[in-house]
Write a protein that binds this ligand. Structure first.
Ligand SMILES: [Zn+2]
Length: 178
């Protein structure tokens, strides 16, 4: 993996590398700048810690991104969860490309999805840190109350397909009913 960068502005936290950063021409000298806020100072981001549970969580994000409305996919760029060396979990948003600290209880600046998906990401964070699996019913949930219906808006077929694919993943409780 190429050198990972994070915009040094705390309010921004765009992440990428030199190939995805923008360049500014300063009289013949090229300066790398953040594509989100045009700031020209970056931190080097250490490579994330890879654990089996991080991989399990990212496998679920990938399955969700491949069905229905393709949550967590923006033009082929898939959101990821990552673990740092202090045991903290971060979410890299597929749309804003910002790195979000998932242990923060306030508003998640840079999170482009709604509260239902935030809750899902928080439960994946807890799986990564503590190992608690998710019930299958949390994937494309259908409520018994027909007024609430299809919360994700995936439609019946895609909801059934994403649950079927998710049911085989280690992050999902076994014996769950689709
Ligand atoms: Zn920035």
């Amino acid at each position: 993996m190429s050198t990972r960068l994070e915009c040094s502005r705390r309010a921004c936290r765009w992440t990428g590398d030199y190939s995805t950063a923008d360049k500014r021409d300063d009289g013949g000298m090229k300066t790398y700048i953040c594509p989100k806020c045009s700031c020209d100072s970056f931190y080097y981001l250490p490579a994330p810690v890879i654990t089996a549970r991080v991989e399990h969580a990212n496998a679920l994000i990938k399955v969700i991104s491949e069905h229905g409305r393709k949550f967590f996919d923006y033009n082929g760029r898939i959101a990821t969860l990552e673990l740092d060396k202090n045991g903290k979990v971060w979410f890299v948003d597929e749309y804003t490309q910002r790195r979000i600290y998932t242990h923060y209880s306030g508003r998640w600046a840079g999170f482009n999805n709604g509260g239902t998906l935030r809750s899902l990401i928080e439960s994946m964070r807890t799986y990564i840190t503590k190992g608690y699996q998710l019930p299958l019913g949390w994937i494309a949930p259908t409520r018994r109350n027909p007024a609430n219906g299809d919360i994700w808006g995936y439609g019946q077929d895609a909801a059934a397909a994403v649950r079927k694919a998710a049911a085989t993943l280690p992050i999902i409780q076994t014996g769950g009913k689709a």
